[in-house]
Write a protein that binds this ligand. Structure first.
Ligand code: ADP
Length: 468
């Protein structure tokens, strides 16, 4: 229906609607009056009809929506307001810029003290500690590369961007550009943009690629070495051949594990900001993983003891939760001596403080990931304890770094780790808004604790969906 406040281009205008209704009503009334004049004995009925037509016409054409009239801007004001914003607004916008921005005027090209700061926004004043307008540029910024870029903008009309490792251990990009303002002194604008975080990310990416290729290169080089040996002097030695083929197979497995871990890490990182929507029983997932690892644990004669809650529902992605449990139990088994003991416990309904409480005696304890605190949140907690070699305190903060391994740590088997397991654990726990903590001491073993917010009881939030 056409609405006066939001007129549709195809809706009839109000005047045309009134005209149409009025004209139709008028014609109908005239016809009825003419018939009444010709047949006076029907006049009362026909006059009633005329009254009905007049009433209907009024109903149709009466104004239906009352629209509050907005004061119309004077036609002459509109274009000038758009073309010339309030000068105070420009100043405020300049002040509010997060990049440091300076306008520099140049004197004589060979007079270094002639470069003056004629304008500087708040970010620039704070960064360079500029006290007043007209400060000498070289007294607030001494970097020769940046000064040269400003000179080129002032006297050469050139635009330049240079790096500046100026203050506060941060990294900046300095961008100088000539400003054409028509005065007698040349002007240039200098913009200093903090790109420390971008650089750090870039360095991390380069580091990661270097580490990943180094990790892959080692088993690859060993494979090529053995292939050469098998083609050469070991060709006719069946015993040596079998031994080498076993080693080659282990190296190929290692490469496979590395690639699988790298892929799963990148997949998890991609989804990290999207909270999972499924529902998983942590206790059930632990039992499943323990069953799946039983071959491995029996092979190493590890006694695995599982205890605690029978059910601990959390909101989560089942595959990812299984991966967390598997990586942590796998480490406990891997770093336990043959015939050792691994204790696993699941608890439900713990507060944040209870979840990270100390579980070993005199050991170093460190949160590796702390979720946002909410006193009312209850948690499902998964704890795995081994009695392996343990670790010195200094290693604990670095455990979730990619490819970090404790030097000299023996995994007690032919399955050396990739150094990615705990990095994967941390990213998954983070996606699930959970927390992770470690306790360890040399010679006393290690405890890892992962905890997740308990899933709210569905019965509390509404009626259960009908089961089909
Ligand atoms: P890896 O695949 O090498 O085990 P992780 O990321 O899972 O990689 O672990 C990183 C390092 O932390 C391991 O190389 C090992 O040195 C140390 N570590 C992890 N878990 C334990 C544990 N339960 N006991 C002793 N050291 C451990």
């Amino acid at each position: 229906m056409p609405d006066a406040s939001n007129p549709s281009p195809i809706a009839p205008t109000v005047t045309s609607r009134l005209w149409t209704a009025g004209a139709s009503g008028g014609v109908a009334s005239a016809v009825l009056l003419a018939v009444a004049a010709l047949h006076p004995h029907h006049a009362p009925v026909l006059l009633g009809g005329v009254a009905a037509v007049v009433f209907a016409t009024w109903m149709v054409s009466r104004p239906r929506v009352r629209v509050a009239a907005l004061p119309a801007a004077p036609a002459s004001d509109a274009p000038s307001a758009a073309a010339a914003p309030d000068p105070g607004l420009l100043d405020a916008a300049f002040e509010a810029l997060t990049d440091a921005v300076l306008v520099v005027s140049g004197g004589e090209p060979d007079d270094i003290a002639g470069r003056r700061v004629v304008l500087a926004n708040r970010a620039a004043r704070d960064l360079l500690r500029i006290q007043r307008d007209g400060a000498i540029l070289v007294s607030v910024l001494r970097d020769p590369l940046v000064l040269e870029a400003v000179d080129e903008a002032l006297f050469g009309g050139l635009e330049r961007t240079v790096d500046w490792t100026g203050v506060r251990d941060r990294h900046w990009q300095a961008h100088a550009r000539p400003l054409a303002c028509g005065g007698d002194r040349p002007l240039a604008i200098l913009i200093l943009r903090d790109d420390t975080d971008v650089r750090r990310m870039e360095l991390m990416r380069v580091d990661f690629l270097a580490n990943a290729s180094h990790e892959l290169r080692t088993p690859l080089a060993s494979l090529s070495g053995f292939i050469e040996t098998l083609k050469g002097h070991a060709k006719d030695d069946p015993k040596a051949r079998d031994r080498f083929l076993d080693i080659m197979s282990a190296q190929a497995d290692r490469m496979g594990r590395l690639v699988a871990d790298l892929l799963s890490l990148s997949r998890i990182e991609l989804n990290e900001h999207i909270p999972p929507s499924g529902r998983v029983d942590l206790a059930r997932a632990v039992t499943d993983v323990v069953d799946a690892l039983s071959v491995l644990t029996q092979e190493k004669e590890i006694d695995v003891v599982v205890g605690g809650a029978d059910a601990a529902p959390i909101r989560g992605d089942r595959d990812e939760i299984v991966q967390v449990i598997q990586n942590l139990i796998d480490n406990a088994v891997k770093y336990s001596p043959r015939g050792g003991r691994v204790e696993i416990e699941v608890m439900a309904g713990l507060s944040g403080d209870e979840a990270v409480a100390a579980r070993m005696g005199a050991s170093a304890r460190l949160p590796l990931l702390t979720p946002e605190r909410d006193a009312s949140t209850r948690h499902a907690v998964f704890i795995v304890r081994d009695h392996g070699p343990g670790m010195e305190r200094e290693h604990l903060p670095r455990l979730t770094e990619r490819f970090y391994r404790v030097e000299g740590q023996k995994s007690g088997g032919d399955r050396p780790g990739t150094g990615l397991g705990l990095a994967i654990v941390k990213h998954i726990v983070n996606r699930h808004r959970g927390g992770l903590a470690v306790e360890s001491a040399p010679g006393q073993g290690t405890v890892f604790t992962a905890f997740f917010p308990l899933a709210e009881d569905r019965r509390a939030s509404g009626p259960e969906a009908p089961t089909l």
